[in-house]
Design a protein around this ligand. Structure first.
Ligand code: NOJ
Ligand code: CA
Length: 702
């Protein structure tokens, strides 16, 4: 097939401040366009920039965002503990009428407010999230009389700002060609970025100094020389085009994904706030992963007024990897994957192993030929939808519907209500969507498509349906507002190991600090038969089995796949961990982290804790204290790369140990290259105390 299934790749600033800004800008304009922005030479001047004029400082006093106008241009800067992270950077919107909103402007007033509340997500990494911030609203007037506002917030784990444009005479609608928002990072931090592509988030991640960075999709993550981490992204992406991050003239620029054939990337009404531009700033890499900043910057839940019991994270198996490896087809024919018989077999496997869902791809009419006439309600002759759903239901398994639009968005929208009504009638609460191919007249992440993905989430909620969107626009913390957005792709996931040279060990360690920050991620872990290469094309998964298990804890998702074939789980020692690990969490702690290198995460679910430890291309030994455990004795059931494991030559060698531990112990994860460790900690029973060795005793861990 010409593979449609596989994506192609009020105060005028005081005089002293004006002088400081001028000096900084002079410094910056002297930087050649290919070089990275440099910090101002004089630290005292940097500090002055951030203590004068309208500014907002985080509750803990560490982070400051200062706003000013320099030569008529709206400008901001950011400092952490007195060190400038973002030198004076331009703000504004370029409109189709030739205006640079923010270009010939003065501050007419400003006000501040404090906020401190705690909210409980329907599901998430933590059962409670604190939203504590300081907010600054700056009133602005253009020379032509038009007004707008900049709203800025400072949290302990980052700063954010957004434009608000009131309804007014002379500005009834906003036609935005692009933003004039800049991020002039100081120094030359390390950047983790992924090549800009307005139709794909499935490129490999890269690591270079900012000065060597190319145009990137968002988020992008940076590490400064002093270890400070900063990630640039957006939140509350509503009726707008997605943001990309593009280096030009020695600084980074927010650029919007265009709509083909239209001058304006965004056409929208006034009287609204635009998406937040967010800089998550933490003292280390672990802080980034622990942050809830993007969720805090999205509105509270819009679909939680009535019963939310249908919004439930689950693990699932799928008639899927077998097609990715070309041992069955999505299309009907002698090798059709989604048959009633196979679905029942997979459901039996799921039910026997406490896996709550089954995905069946290629169940419906219209695959292969002209995607335009695909049906989302009629199943193929060899797939009895009602019988399969009833069979799953009888076994306590959720059926996960698959809607591959083949990029025919119009055809999908035309059937959306009817299809979702059918799914609701059948009792189906989960849908995986897909948008493989070129969308006629649109980019995957332009304003129309951003709105489309939102429409699908809203329509799904009306029918009690959770969504896992593939080829979707990047997540931006909307799981707070639409918790039925249980997962999404927007990542070069594990499927690439089946049909390309695959994902590098480092790629999988960059993800939690970049893509992973934006929201739940359907990476599709759980391959046990790592070397399975039925096509004999030299394609395979580039990890050990231990790392596949660690993903269940380190990669956050409301839908966690057990991606391998049922027959490959038979006899696999790792299956027990997949049975035990939950998809729903109550608390998360990041125990050790370095972008691209390693990550150790601990998560609690009910009265059990789980840890996942994983490494990139280097073997390493990680030690972490078990102080997160409660009092008493615990059993640590550890699944670790065996000493002779190697991700290239011996990836399935796994050591399974059971030892007694307490919160006073330190645990060890001895990891081989691209390896991992997954541990379940459960309260010890009397029997365990009588039979199991203590950690460090005769059978050392592992
Ligand atoms: C690409 C998706 O990412 C993958 O999961 C799916 O199997 C194919 N499209 C077919 O819809
Ligand atoms: Ca995909």
């Amino acid at each position: 097939m010409s593979d449609p299934l596989r994506p192609p790749h009020a105060v005028r600033p005081v005089t002293a401040l004006t002088a400081v800004l001028a000096m900084l800008l002079l410094t910056l304009s002297a930087v050649p366009s290919s070089a990275a922005p440099r910090p101002a030479a004089d630290p005292a001047a940097q500090a002055a920039l951030l203590t004068e004029g309208p500014a907002v400082t985080s509750p803990d006093g560490t982070l400051t965002l200062a706003v000013s106008v320099l030569d008529g241009r709206l400008t901001y800067g950011v400092s952490r503990a007195g060190a400038v992270l973002v030198a004076p950077s331009g703000l504004g919107l370029r409109l189709t009428d030739g205006t640079l909103l923010g270009g010939d402007v003065r501050i007419t007033g400003h006000r501040t407010r404090s906020h401190d509340s705690t909210w409980r997500p329907v599901w998430g990494a933590d059962a409670e999230v604190r939203d504590r911030h300081e907010e600054l609203t700056v009133e602005l007037r253009q020379r032509d009389g038009r007004t707008f506002r900049l709203v800025a917030r400072a949290y302990d784990d980052g700063v954010a700002f957004r434009y608000e444009v009131p309804r007014q005479r002379g500005l009834r609608s906003l036609e935005i060609i692009d933003e004039a928002t800049e991020f002039a990072l100081t120094g030359d931090p390390t950047a983790w970025w992924t090549p800009r592509d307005d139709n794909s988030d499935e490129n490999a991640w890269r690591s270079t100094p900012v000065s060597a960075m190319g145009a990137s999709n968002a988020p992008v993550t940076f590490r400064y020389a002093d270890g400070t981490h900063l990630s640039v992204h957006e939140a509350d992406l509503t009726d707008y085009a997605a943001m990309t991050v593009v280096p030009r003239d020695g600084r980074l620029h927010a650029e919007l994904v265009p709509t083909p054939g239209r001058e304006a990337a965004v056409v929208t009404g006034t009287g609204r706030a635009l998406p937040w531009r967010v800089l998550t700033v933490t003292q280390d890499a672990a802080g980034l992963v622990a942050s809830h900043l993007l969720e805090n910057l999205n509105p509270p839940c819009r679909i939680c007024d009535t019963d939310t019991s249908w919004i439930e994270p689950v693990k699932y198996v799928g008639i899927w990897w077998v097609m990715q490896q070309d041992q069955a087809t999505w299309e009907t024919g002698p090798r059709h994957g989604a048959t009633t018989e196979r679905a029942k077999r997979y459901i039996d496997f799921a039910a026997a192993n406490g896996i709550e869902g089954l995905l069946a791809e290629g169940w419906n009419e219209g695959w292969g030929g002209d995607w335009g006439d695909q049906s989302f309600t009629r199943s193929t002759a060899d797939f009895d939808l009602e019988a399969v759903v009833a069979y799953a239901d009888a076994k306590g398994v959720e059926f996960i519907m698959h809607n591959e639009t083949g990029a025919n968005v119009e055809n999908y929208e035309a059937q959306l209500d009817e299809a979702f009504a059918l799914y609701e009638r059948l009792g189906v609460n989960y849908v995986k969507t897909g948008y493989v191919g070129d969308i006629p007249g649109h980019n995957h992440y332009d304003q129309y498509m951003v709105n489309h993905y939102r429409r699908v989430l809203e329509a799904a909620a009306e029918h009690r349906i959770n969504v896992n969107c593939h080829e979707c626009v990047h997540a931006s913390g909307e799981m707070r507002t639409y918790p039925n957005a249980l997962s999404r792709e927007a990542v070069r996931g594990q499927e690439w190991d089946a049909f390309s040279e695959g994902n590098s060990p480092e790629h999988t360690l960059i993800l939690p600090f970049t893509r992973g920050l934006s929201g739940p991620m359907d990476y599709t872990p759980g391959i046990m038969d790592i070397l399975w290469d039925p096509q004999r094309l030299g394609r395979r998964v580039h990890t050990t089995v231990g790392k596949q298990l660690a993903y269940y804890v380190t990669y956050f998702s409301g839908l966690q796949m057990a991606a391998d074939l049922p027959e490959h789980y038979r006899g696999a020692p790792g299956l027990q961990f997949i049975r035990d690990v939950p998809a729903r969490w109550d608390r998360t702690e990041v125990l050790a982290a370095e972008v691209g290198d390693h990550l150790v995460t601990a998560r609690r679910s009910g009265d059990e804790w789980f840890t996942g430890a994983m490494t990139g291309e280097h073997a390493r030994t990680l030690r972490y204290p078990l102080s997160f455990l409660g009092a008493g004795d615990w059993v640590a059931e550890a699944y670790t790369d065996a000493p002779d494991a190697d991700y290239e030559t011996n990836p399935t060698a796994l050591a399974v140990t059971r030892t007694l531990v307490t919160a006073a112990d330190t645990f060890t994860a001895e990891l081989v290259r691209s390896g991992g460790q997954a541990v379940r900690f459960r309260p010890a029973t009397r029997d365990d105390l009588a039979t199991l060795p203590r950690l460090g005793a005769a059978t050392a861990n592992p």
